[in-house]
Each structure stands twice: as C-alpha cells, then as structure tokens.
Design a protein around this ligand. Sequence first.
Ligand code: PAF
Length: 282
Amino acid sequence: MKILKTVKEVKDEVKAWRKEGLSVGLVPTMGWLHEGHLSLIKNARENNDRVVVSDFVNPLQFGPNEDYDNYPRDLDRDAGLCEKAGVDVIFAPGIEEMYPEGFCSYVDMNGLTGGLCGKTRPIHFRGVQTVVNKLFNIVTPDNAYFGEKDAQQLAVIKRMVLDLNMNVKINGCPIIREEDGLAKSSRNSYLSPEERKAAPIINKAMTKGREMIKNGERDAKKVIDAISEIILSVGITKIDYVSIVDSLTLEPVEKIEKDILCACAVYMGNSARLIDNFSLEI
Ligand code: PAF
C-alpha cells in the first residue's frame, strides 16, 4: 500500500492502472476510520481491481464555530487499518495541495441542501460537493462509496453526479452500528462516558418512529413528536432536528404517503452533534 500526498502522484498511479485496464474504487473519508469506513472499503475491495481511500479533513465543509480544529486525526492509525483491509493507495494531501493559494472555484446546488443538516450547517454541502468533485477528478474512479448514515450527503452526491453527467457510480452502504445501536461515527470519540451511555437513545427513538410508520401511522408530526420525546427523555441531549422528508426531494412531508427518509441530528453535551436516519418504502 502506498501513501500518496500529491495530486500528481495519484494521477500517475491511476494512469498506470488504467493502462493495464484495471477498475478503480474510491472511498472518500476524513480519516479516524471506524467499522463504518471499513465496510465501505470492503465493498470497494470486492468490486474493483484497485482501491483508493482519501484521508483529508476538508476545511471547506466546516462552519466557523464547528469542530474542524478538534476533528480527530491519526494517519498512522488509519494506514494500519487500510493496509489490513487491502487498500492500494491512501491519498492524504495537505491543505495546500487541495486548496492552493488563489483557489476560488466551488460546486453548489439549489435543491436538497437547504433543509435537514443544511439548515444549521449552511456551507457544509458546498464544501462536501467541492471536495468530492476534486477527488473524482483526481482519482477518476469507476465506483465511489458513501455511508447511508450521511443520508443527505449521499442524496446530494447522487444528484450532483446525475446533474453534471459525471462518470462514476455512487454506491451507498448501510449504517454500521455499535452493539447498543449507536451509529458508528468518528464524532462518537467526543462523547464523555456519561454521554456515550446515553447516546443509544437516538437509535431507540428512531426505531420507535419506524415501528409507528410500519404499523400504519401516516401523520409525520405524530411520529416526529414521539421520536423527539424519547430523545429528550435523556437530560444531556438537545435536538437540532427530527424530520420526515420525501426521499427524493428531501422536502418535509405532512402525510407519509410516498417513500420517506426520517432523519435526526442531536447534540450531546457541549461538543458532539450526532446524526441518524432510516428510510422506508411506502
Ligand atoms: O463523509 C465524509 O467523511 C466527508 O463528508 C467526505 C465525503 C469525505 C468529504 O469530505
């Protein structure tokens, strides 16, 4: 496995693979890898001749008061996990390599990004789209892999690829959970022992919401209220949002009549903002 730091090195490597007719899978990450990432890598490994993992904490997708500075970073640890998982190349650029002086081009969209996480993180998806675009242009993957935990991100990237006629297949992979149901996330490392103990309430509440809909409840507000009540029953949580949206447009629905995405973001203590979701076909 190679750890490459420059765009040129990655492009040269991919060019050599292409000469041999090999297919390429890309797993974009911000590092601090966990089992969620490893399931994306496994999927990529099984379906491509070569696998590239990008490991870059992208400053463009963090707001001014967010956790960019504190985001956990450990390339050696990530490299060990990638090596074991059969990754061919880690692309770990510095900020200057991705955003050299004078950088001023961005990728953005008008729909899909205004609600859910976009409400409290207004510049987030522009940052994600821009960096993912750059990664696609650098690696030119046949396949790229994203977790369904970031459901809005996955929808945004699928739409961007469709709208901009990009030559990459986007593969969504299921949420990986801890034994107690908490969705795996690099940000779980921010939780104090007390918060970590309380955090599975998010999945418990979402499971209750899913059951309500499966049992025939069609009033979105009733489901949202029930989920919110359970989450707030643990004193150290504060809700950013619980929403039920059309799974294609991401617009809120009042009556649950078409396929939906139910998503939430919850603050735990002072430092962690955790997300979770489920989709249902109606
Ligand atoms: O999901 C993430 O870790 C990031 O948003 C991504 C896709 C790697 C872009 O920085």
